[in-house]
Write a protein that binds this ligand. Structure first.
Ligand SMILES: [Zn+2]
Length: 199
């Protein structure tokens, strides 16, 4: 196989124009493939009210992903709702106090205000439901995780240190290869400076 046919083979697989020349279209597709970035889902129909209430707290680029995940789960017979979205720093501090300064409570987070990926509009948590029953544990979370990753979301179920199956986030492209803590530092800096999280 010569170089041109190699490029053509790659182009066919990427679904871009097949011309044997690796121009910007081909390179963008390669970068997206390698970095795991996927084109944003088209705006999809609104979902249930509880999910929509939480989706409304997310940055605009993240919202179609959250709806697409609800629809994708539905399509395979799994009912999920978005049960948590963006938290203010004060709300995060109140969560952080659980299991620490609030008596008779269990720890629910290791992040203070400004140090959670939920403070910046990129992250949301889902719950699996069967009818009206919320299931905090279910094998279905893994199935939803796979669907989320197909959509281009990062899934907390892949994390080694804090395995978090209900958690999804849309990493900005600049954060693709960054450790989570570095990304959160940069998101906090951008929020303080009033600059776009995704720019
Ligand atoms: Zn989460």
């Amino acid at each position: 196989m010569n170089f041109t046919t190699s490029i053509e083979t790659i182009q066919k697989q990427l679904g871009v124009t097949v011309d044997g020349k690796a121009g910007p279209e081909t390179w963008n597709a390669i970068i997206q493939k390698v970095s795991g970035a996927v084109a944003a889902p088209a705006a999809s129909d609104r979902v249930d009210d509880r999910s929509e209430h939480n989706i409304a707290t997310l940055l605009l680029p993240v919202q179609p992903y959250a709806r697409a995940l609800v629809h994708a789960a539905q399509a395979v017979g799994i009912e999920i709702k978005v049960i948590s979205g963006t938290r203010s720093y004060a709300e995060q501090d109140a969560l952080y106090a659980k299991g620490r300064t609030i008596p008779n409570t269990d720890k629910v987070t290791n992040a203070k205000g400004g140090y959670s990926n939920h403070n910046f509009g990129i992250a949301f948590d889902i719950g699996v439901f069967e009818g009206t029953a919320y299931l905090s544990q279910s094998a279905k979370y893994k199935a939803v995780g796979a669907l989320g990753m197909q959509l281009g979301l990062s899934w907390g179920g892949t994390w080694q240190t804090f395995h978090d199956e209900p958690h999804f986030e849309l990493k900005p492209l600049w954060a693709t290869t960054m450790p989570e803590t570095k990304m959160v530092d940069e998101l906090r800096r951008r929020k303080d400076a009033g600059t776009d999280a995704f720019a």
